[in-house]
Every structure is written in C-alpha cells, then in structure tokens.
Design a protein around this ligand. Sequence first.
Ligand SMILES: NC(=O)C1=CN([C@@H]2O[C@H](COP(=O)(O)OP(=O)(O)OC[C@H]3O[C@@H](n4cnc5c(N)ncnc54)[C@H](O)[C@@H]3O)[C@@H](O)[C@H]2O)[C@@H](O)CC1
Ligand SMILES: Nc1ncnc2c1ncn2[C@@H]1O[C@H](COP(=O)(O)OP(=O)(O)OP(=O)(O)O)[C@@H](O)[C@H]1O
Ligand SMILES: [Mg+2]
Length: 358
Amino acid sequence: MISSPGAALIRRQQFLLKCLGAYRNKSCNTSSRSIKMWSVMSGGTALEADAISVLRSITPSLHLSRHKGQAGKIAVIGGCREYTGAPYFSAISALRIGADLSHVFCTKDAGPVIKSYSPELIVHPILEESYSIRDEEKKSVSAKIIAEIDKWMERFDCIVIGPGLGRDSFLLDCVSDIMKRARQANVPMVIDGDGLFLVTNDLDLVSGYPLAVLTPNVNEYKRLVQKLLSSEVNDQDGAGQLLTLAKRIGATILRKGKADHISDGDAVHGVSVYGSPRRCGGQGDILSGSVAVFLSWARQCAVIGEVKMNPTVLACIAASVVLRKSASLAFDSKRRSTLTGDIIECLGRSLEEICPVS
Ligand SMILES: NC(=O)C1=CN([C@@H]2O[C@H](COP(=O)(O)OP(=O)(O)OC[C@H]3O[C@@H](n4cnc5c(N)ncnc54)[C@H](O)[C@@H]3O)[C@@H](O)[C@H]2O)[C@@H](O)CC1
Ligand SMILES: Nc1ncnc2c1ncn2[C@@H]1O[C@H](COP(=O)(O)OP(=O)(O)OP(=O)(O)O)[C@@H](O)[C@H]1O
Ligand SMILES: [Mg+2]
C-alpha cells in the first residue's frame, strides 16, 4: 500500500507542473508533444508534464564572465583491464553535455588506453586490482590510493561510481572507502554498473544519502529488488515497487528501460520520449555521465520560485530526455549501425534544440 503524500509534497508537485506548463508557449525546435514525461504522486494521481521545462530551468546560460569549472567538474571512478570503454563514454558524455572538466580514476592498466581515446579527459591511473599486488602490500597501497583521491575530492561537483569498474575484491574495497570520503565531503554520487554491485552488497554506502543517484539497468534493478525487498520485480505495480525501494534506500533511483522511471521515495516520474531500437552497449554509461552534470547544475538552481525541487530527480529527468533524444537523432542517420559514439556525437544537438545557446 502506498501512503498518501503530505500537503508539502502535493504543493511541490503542483508547482512543478505549473512551472513546466509556463514554458509551453516558448519557441523551441522540438515539438513539446514528443518531450513528455509523467509523474505519479504517492497517492496514485497520474499527471503529465513537459520535461523541456526541467531542462531549461536547470541548464545554465553561457556568459563570457564565467570561469573554467563553473559548468561542472565531474569524476568517473571506473575502468579496469577488461573495460575501458564504459568510463570513457561516461566521462566524455559529461563534457559533451557541457561540463568544463572531466576526470577518470581507473586502474594502472586501463590508464594509457583511456588517455589514448581522448586528450580531453584527465586520467588518473591510480587504482589497483588484486592480481597486481601482494597481500602484504594491500594496506599501504589502499592508503596511498585514498590519499591521492582525497587531494581531489572536494573539487568535484559530482562523481560517477562504477562504469567498467569490474568486480575485483581489492578494487571494490578501495572504492567503498572512496564512497565514504565522498559522502563525508557531501559530494553527490551517481552509482552505475559495478558500483551497483558494490552497493547492493553494502547498502550503508548510500543508505539515507539524498545526494546519491542509483541508475540500474534491468539486471541491476532485479538484484536490488531481490536483495533489499526480498521479492521479485513486480511489473504490475512497477511504480509502487520503485517508490518503496527508493524510500527504503533513502536515495534516488533511475530505473532504466523501455521507459525510464525515476523516484526519490516521494513520487515516481517516467520519461518515455522516443529513443532508439538499437541496444548497443554503452548507452547507460552516457546516461551516468549526463546525470552527473545535470545534478551539478540542478543543485545550483533547484529552488524554482519559492519551491525547493529535488535536484537529483530533476537531473535524472533531464539526462534521460537528452540521452533518448540523442539516440533517436543518431538512429535517424546511422540506423542499424548506430554505436554509442554516434549517440554521444548527438548530445550537443539534442540539448541545443531544447536549450539553444543565446
Ligand atoms: N565498452 C565497455 O567497456 C562497456 C562496459 N560495460 C561495463 O560492463 C560491466 C558489466 O555491465 P553489463 O551491463 O554488461 O552487465 P549486466 O550483468 O547488467 O548485464 C549483462 C547481461 O544482461 C543481459 N541483458 C541486458 N538487457 C537485458 C534485458 N532487458 N533482459 C534480459 N537480459 C538482459 C545481456 O544480454 C547480458 O548478458 C560494467 O562494468 C559496465 O559498466 C557496459 O557499460 C557496456 C560498455
Ligand atoms: N527497451 C528500450 N527501449 C528504448 N530505450 C531503452 C530501452 N532500454 C533502455 N533504453 C534506453 O537506454 C538507456 C540505457 O539503458 P540500458 O538498459 O541500455 O543501460 P545499461 O545496460 O546500463 O547500458 P550499458 O551498456 O551502458 O551498461 C536508458 O536510459 C534508456 O533511455
Ligand atoms: Mg550499465
């Protein structure tokens, strides 16, 4: 049973919808009919809204007076021997959305590979996997890694944990410590891929942390539901189950799929803008980097009028809309051969059509 929303929540929802409606008459290249999302309040009332306005309300304008870093400094913790594409996709997407600086903290092996993909990324090959260190070295190596990360932590507006991280136990222990430091420093975290494996087994890392966003795919969501709700995924009441899970964790969840569903435990929002029928790997990585940037922006302007909106929810809505629109643009030209890189190429156009640079 889903509990009734409080009056404050209803006012916040009504305000969001009013504010979204206010943008409808503004000129925009994108038909507002195609950029719809829906929201369900805890009481079950379904409402349709215009996600264009969420994007416009959080995307900062560009001024010559702005300095490097103001549009976002993002870090991705991920990349190991097997996976070098995922952290690259996430970090480069952050830059393509509009962040100023994008860092990657990866293993020593993955470093040169990721650097060679792009000179735009700042790559720190400081992480280690069990195979490369002796047992007696583990404590000192781990302390060195944390000390290095500590030097950077407070500079980041958001960190993405998990793209291509792998499942090595020593590496995951180090990343747990990194997450604890991020939390102490009040740095928002987007948790994806193997970061979700970590969190599913140690919920305390994110439990009750409102600046955490979990972005599970089908399998990752199933594992979260099984572990935390001791049940199977219930698609009959998908919104209710997502709401319960988000409330239980005390963080925001973006459940990826045919439609993306977002909940912070207060309400459930859906984004079903048309995307692409291509399911090539890496699209979730684009999403994680994009959520990170939008979250850094949304935190600066989450008070719209007199109502405080949850920046994590706004960021998820914005990232989902832009990714899906980019996938659609890429598919229009590349069809069956569409790859993740093609979608990344379309991120700028996708956002520009909704929030043109004046
Ligand atoms: N180029 C790269 O380096 C990439 C690396 N990746 C990394 O790969 C690691 C593992 O992530 P995965 O997402 O592959 O692992 P998962 O365990 O989440 O999923 C893999 C399996 O799920 C199946 N699957 C996917 N969608 C499904 C659906 N709707 N219904 C039923 N089965 C479905 C797939 O066929 C595959 O066998 C992570 O570290 C991730 O970040 C991915 O991000 C993809 C790109
Ligand atoms: N069936 C679908 N139809 C349309 N869009 C989808 C579908 N499934 C996923 N998407 C879109 O692709 C995005 C990435 O979701 P996906 O499930 O591929 O993530 P993932 O498995 O984590 O990806 P990755 O390969 O990067 O790990 C979602 O945000 C969603 O917008
Ligand atoms: Mg993924």
